[in-house]
Design a protein around this ligand. Structure first.
Ligand SMILES: C[S@@+](CC[C@H](N)C(=O)[O-])C[C@H]1O[C@@H](n2cnc3c(N)ncnc32)[C@H](O)[C@@H]1O
Length: 235
């Protein structure tokens, strides 16, 4: 398993965000506290009981519609790997999961083993935004509920787009007044708790442009109550 990289603060410019409390910026500080073993167990239990959430189901349907047979899939921030298990069941050849924290490993292994797909999943601790050259290209790249946890969406989606030879699909929270107030309040609370973790309601147009600048074209858009989904394909 690759070493987790730690970004220099200067590598992670964040407009409108005070990065001084972010510690090692895009490294694991702060993420560990939020995405720990309890969070992982909750995700795994939910997946076993109810399967994919509504947004992930839409993302998988888009990918399947574009063709998943024999494909390689890269999931960034895939948690316990529910989306990967479903794509492997639908014919994907293999998947790679990139994470910043190691809290999911035991639950992810169990989930994959129970689905009989454990030998087709590679899990690495690696930040693709910081080490883009450490990740080989994959046919399909997925980010579900991840861009809102990462300050430098431009680097993250740029690296994700560069790694995608056919399809990039990601979900993000709508930039509504309510979300901006809720996310902002949560960040104030985290700051008071001295937590380095922050969440972001990035500008949807800027998210799309970040991927388009790397040669992908919009092919799918779905708006939901909590999450919007965008799918892009190679031009
Ligand atoms: C809200 S969780 C979502 C987990 C899973 N995708 C799901 O929807 O259940 C966000 C995850 O993204 C991971 N993450 C954020 N930025 C990342 C990055 N640059 N590379 C890899 N993982 C990242 C976090 O560590 C966290 O586990």
């Amino acid at each position: 398993m690759a070493e987790l990289s730690v970004a220099e603060e200067s590598d992670c410019p964040v407009e409108g965000v005070d990065t001084r409390l972010m510690g090692d910026c895009c490294g694991r500080d702060g993420y560990d506290g939020v995405f720990g073993p309890r969070f992982s167990r909750r995700l795994a239990r939910r997946h076993v009981r109810r399967g994919l959430d509504e947004t992930a189901t839409r993302m998988v349907a888009f990918i399947t519609g574009e063709g998943v047979q024999g494909a390689s899939v890269l999931e960034i921030g895939g948690g316990v790997g529910g989306i990967q298990v479903e794509l492997l069941r639908r014919g994907a050849a293999r998947t790679t999961n990139l994470e910043l924290v190691d809290s999911y490993e035991a639950d992810a292994r169990t989930l994959a083993a129970e689905a009989g797909v454990g030998d087709r999943i590679d899990r690495r601790l690696l930040d693709i935004a910081i080490q883009p050259d450490s990740v080989e290209p994959h046919d399909i790249v997925v980010l579900h509920r991840v861009v809102c946890c990462y300050p430098d969406y431009d680097k993250l989606l740029g690296a994700a787009a560069d790694a995608a030879t056919r399809i990039l699909v990601f979900s993000y929270p709508p930039r509504t007044v309510i979300n901006r107030v809720v996310f902002g309040s949560e960040n104030v609370w985290r700051r008071l708790q001295r937590s380095a973790f922050r969440t972001f309601v990035h500008d949807p147009g800027a998210l799309l442009a970040a991927a388009q600048r790397h040669g992908l074209e919009p092919a799918y858009e779905q708006r939901g109550r909590a999450w919007n989904v965008v799918g892009l394909t190679a031009a």
